[in-house]
Design a protein around this ligand. Structure first.
Ligand code: G6P
Length: 611
């Protein structure tokens, strides 16, 4: 996720800014940059790649000597991770520099307006429009110019701005992206998107809330609302250590990422749902509605967790859009002469966008004449670049090796893509599409609620942490969720676990069931609920210990199972998202109790770039 640091004081700003950027490295980034005010001019340095590249530039090209500046680590969302697209961005005449976290949804429209007014935009980013809007709006007050510019912006932002017109001043504003002020002791102040960047200098911070802004000088700061009224904020003493701050107060990145899911789901859907029209809009498919309608079959390709998302995609697209779908492990697809050709759409799913087998499968599909779309999290990754078009997840960097937030966003994205295909192909009515979109909108809040089960699931984990085997059962949309639940447990706790289609259990896995076998049954209120109740009976009859994931208000299973985990009511296609969250937590707690390295499990890699 992008990071912001700003400094105004009496010390040279550049080294302090770079130091702050280093503290934000753990968040993941692909380029970095800074802008410092030097004798009434703005000096900007930017570099693609690691902060070390920026430091090289500062060593070789000269360090801007000034005491006020802003800096940024970028994690690409709009535009590839190039030096040019790195922040800060400046206006036509180099009077304003801006760093930005978040996504500006109406950047396209704003860009057109600015170009019509004669501005030259030099990057592919959504952020650059802000610099040019400031140039338009400035009439003697930087603070007012920021207000005026932001009034036109739709989307989310945490921004910091400096200007040659008002040196020794930083103006910041927040809507939807975190920002805090670090209150220094001796004539200096800081701003950052994350306390990690300032705590080595000050532990006194002011957290801005959405709709607020602040003006920082070396002698003080002033907070106000974006509308203009003054706002009084409490100064908070931060006493966490750095490691805890980086993980947002969570003991592991995996837990942090599980808890980010309400937000990452929002980000996956932001600006894409057209409820009235019962439609979904993606900016980067590079395919016309006619081309999408002409698709005869779809092949979904991925590895690991991404393959599980693909499996849900198959159920979705066949059920709702009535297109024949195959789901392929990337490593198998490459070597088995698949029936894929010019009528086919291949969708490669990859969090990292770098998995070697998935990339090779993309190339294979392309060579056979298929159109290739990527569902990818990391912007500018190889898969994202090589695909004909695609959909970004906007989930932010996933650092825990076991994928969590990327999975739920992949599934939500596949649901959205299915709505698009269903509507284009006429298999999904306006009313049905609206119903799906309404359910998608409720999802982040429902996941938020589910996260409240964390303690209960921790207790459950205590009961089963010493088990040597686990079985996960699900049917329909929740068979892949069973696979994913089992994979999470295997990956991080090293307990053998198998996911099974619940009814298929009778043909083999049932032989394993005895009183030592915990069986997780995913049984929400969906089309196959009554069928899975029979499977619960079968397990019970053989003494298995059952943990059932059911919909709130289910009283039927209470007496038949050992433990209930309840998830909120939703439509069938979204049940695997809600069912997966408690299973992520279960795996997490069991792994912690077993003393495993949750974020970096043995033998596994976050991004497998070898065959
Ligand atoms: C590795 C990771 C898994 C991930 C898989 C696919 O095995 O450990 O968590 O699901 O790769 O990765 P991708 O980045 O292509 O989604």
């Amino acid at each position: 996720m992008c990071g912001i640091v700003g400094y105004v004081g009496h010390r040279p700003a550049a080294p302090l800014l770079v130091e702050g950027l280093h503290r934000l490295e753990y968040r993941g980034y692909d380029s970095a940059g800074l802008a410092v005010l030097v004798d009434g001019r703005l000096e900007t340095r930017k570099a693609a790649g690691k902060i070390a590249e920026l430091e090289k530039l500062l060593r070789n090209g000269g360090q801007p000597i000034g005491t006020c500046g802003i800096a940024h680590t970028r994690w690409a969302t709009h535009g590839a991770p190039t030096t040019q697209n790195a922040h800060p961005h400046v206006d036509c005449h180099g009077h304003f520099a801006v760093v930005h976290n978040g996504i500006i949804e109406n950047a396209g429209t704003l860009r057109q307006k600015l170009e019509a007014l004669g501005h030259t935009l030099r990057t592919e980013t959504d952020t650059e429009v802000i610099a040019h809007m400031l140039e338009e709006a400035y009439a003697g007050s930087l603070e007012e110019a920021v207000r005026a510019a932001l009034r036109q912006v739709q989307g989310t932002y945490g921004i910091a701005v400096v200007s040659t017109h008002e040196p020794d001043k930083i103006v910041v504003a927040r809507r939807g992206s975190p920002l805090l002020l670090g209150i220094g002791e001796n004539g200096e102040n800081f701003v950052a998107s994350d306390a990690a960047a300032v705590v080595q200098h000050t532990r006194r911070v002011v957290y801005l809330d959405d709709g607020e802004m602040a003006v920082l000088t070396r002698d003080g700061y002033r907070t106000a609302s974006l509308q203009g009224g003054a706002v009084t904020k409490e100064v908070i003493h931060v006493d966490w250590d750095l490691a805890a701050i980086e993980k947002g107060g969570h003991p592991h990145f995996m837990l942090k990422e599980i808890f980010e899911q309400p937000e990452t789901l929002r980000n996956a859907m932001r600006g894409r749902l057209l409820e009235e029209e019962g439609m979904v809009r993606f900016g980067g498919l590079n395919l016309t509605p006619d081309e999408l309608t002409a698709v005869k079959n779809i092949t979904l390709i991925g590895c690991g967790t991404s393959w599980h998302a693909g499996l849900i995609g198959e159920y979705l697209l066949e059920e709702i859009a009535r297109i024949p779908v195959e789901v392929e492990y990337a490593s198998e697809f490459r070597y088995r002469n698949p029936v894929v050709g010019p009528d086919s759409l291949a969708i490669v799913i990859s969090q990292s966008g770098e998995t070697a087998d998935t990339l090779a499968a993309l190339r294979e599909a392309r060579q056979r004449g298929a159109t290739v779309l990527g569902i990818v999290n990391v912007v500018g990754s190889t898969i994202a670049r090589e695909a004909d078009g695609g959909i970004y997840l906007h989930a932010g960097p996933e650092i825990g090796v076991a994928s969590t937030k990327a999975f739920t966003s992949q599934v939500a994205t596949l649901v959205m893509f299915t709505v698009l295909m269903g509507r284009l192909r006429g298999t999904l009515s306006l009313i049905q599409a609206r119903e799906i979109i309404a359910a998608l909108r409720k999802l982040p809040e429902q996941v938020e609620k589910l996260l409240g089960l964390n303690d209960q699931i921790g207790e459950l984990a205590r009961l089963y942490k010493d088990s040597t085997n686990f079985l996960y059962l699900g049917r329909g949309y929740n068979f892949p969720a069973a696979l994913e639940g089992a994979l999470k447990l295997k990956e991080i706790s090293y307990i053998h676990a198998e996911g099974y289609p619940a009814a298929e259990m009778k043909h083999g896995a049932i032989a394993l069931i005895d009183e030592n076998m915990p069986v997780v049954v995913i049984a929400p209120n969906d089309a196959v609920y009554s069928k899975i109740v029979s499977n619960v009976e079968e397990v019970k009859a053989r003494g298995g210990r059952i943990i059932a994931v059911v919909t709130e208000g289910n009283h039927e299973l209470k007496n038949k199972v050992d433990h209930l985990i309840t998830i909120p009511e939703t439509i069938d296609p979204l049940t695997p998202i809600l069912a997966t969250v408690p299973l992520q937590l279960l795996a997490y707690h069991i792994a912690v109790m077993r003393g495993c390295n949750v974020d970096q499990p043995r033998n596994l890699a976050k991004s497998v770039t070898v065959e």
